[in-house]
Design a protein around this ligand. Structure first.
Ligand code: PEP
Length: 273
């Protein structure tokens, strides 16, 4: 059993402020992450669009005050610029996210790589900037369908990961990095990788990490993302190298997201039997 598992919800460009408020009313009324599986640590993080981050904070703070217990849900942003400030029209900086209470940032999501031409270099710069500022980066990586069919998955995964590992090899906070394997062909398609396939690539990627001096002694969590649903969450968490899930579409429905959290914890607990 893993000490902590991670269930992350990427809302993408969905959820207005009003919708966010309704979402948390439902989600937090049923969210009892630690109660059913008290021995299983679960880090739940939502990634709203920037404009809904303040309302996310309000909802979680109100819940915390009412419940008088540590609220286990954190929140983060879907991207960030690497510079602290300056002439970057349309961008958002780490100090801005800090002020809003964000503790995580998604980086290198395939939609950022493919629709907005993000490169391994710019993603690595952002990862370093996050580590510098105390915000935890989630590095997304994964191959396209064409790359998979032409048997280039390992090459692509190695390239995407190695770029970040080289940039962070000596960073004192590198242990705070989290990786998310998201095969592009599985995102938003309803066609998830099989748990076996996802495990194979996460195991391979973990091997790439171990070849890097700076990461040899560290245990960095790997998440799987791509059409995760209540139906496949448990089986994914039964895999040795999968410590969590990055959920897109299904995280927009509070009940489905809650069920995924529950199934993931069940899988983790069962994996120790
Ligand atoms: C994602 O966008 O990170 C994602 C995994 O989406 P979905 O779950 O909808 O495939």
């Amino acid at each position: 059993m893993k000490d902590t598992i991670y269930v992350f919800g990427n809302w993408k460009m969905n959820m207005t402020e009003k919708e966010t408020s309704a979402y948390f009313e439902r989600f937090l009324s049923s969210c009892c992450v630690a109660k059913r599986y008290p021995d299983c640590g679960c880090s739940v993080v939502v990634f709203p669009p920037y404009t809904s981050i303040p309302e996310t904070r309000n909802c979680l703070e109100r819940h915390y005050q009412r419940q008088r217990v540590q609220c286990l849900v954190e929140y983060g942003a879907q991207d960030v610029h690497y510079a602290q400030q300056g002439a970057y029209t349309g961008e958002i900086s780490l100090p801005m996210l800090h002020e809003l209470g964000c503790t995580w940032v998604l980086l290198g999501h395939s939609e950022r790589r493919h629709l907005f031409d993000e490169t391994d270099e710019s993603i690595s710069q952002k990862v370093c900037a996050c580590l510098d500022s105390g915000i935890r980066p989630v590095l997304c990586f994964g191959e396209t369908l064409d790359q998979r069919e032409t048997k280039k998955t390992q090459e692509i995964v190695t390239r995407q990961i190695t770029s970040v590992l080289s940039a962070t090899e000596n960073h004192p906070e590198r242990k705070r990095l989290v990786f998310a394997y998201e095969p592009v062909w599985a995102i938003g398609t309803g066609r998830a990788a099989t748990p076996g396939d996802a495990e194979e690539i996460c195991g391979f990627a973990a091997g790439v990490l171990k070849q890097n001096v700076g990461y040899r002694e560290l245990t960095i969590p790997f998440l799987y993302g791509g059409s995760v649903s209540p139906a496949n969450a448990k089986e994914l968490l039964l895999q040795e190298h999968i410590s969590g899930l990055l959920v897109g579409g299904a995280s927009l429905k509070p009940d489905a997201f809650l069920e995924i959290i529950d199934r993931a914890m069940e899988g983790n607990v069962e994996s120790s039997r």
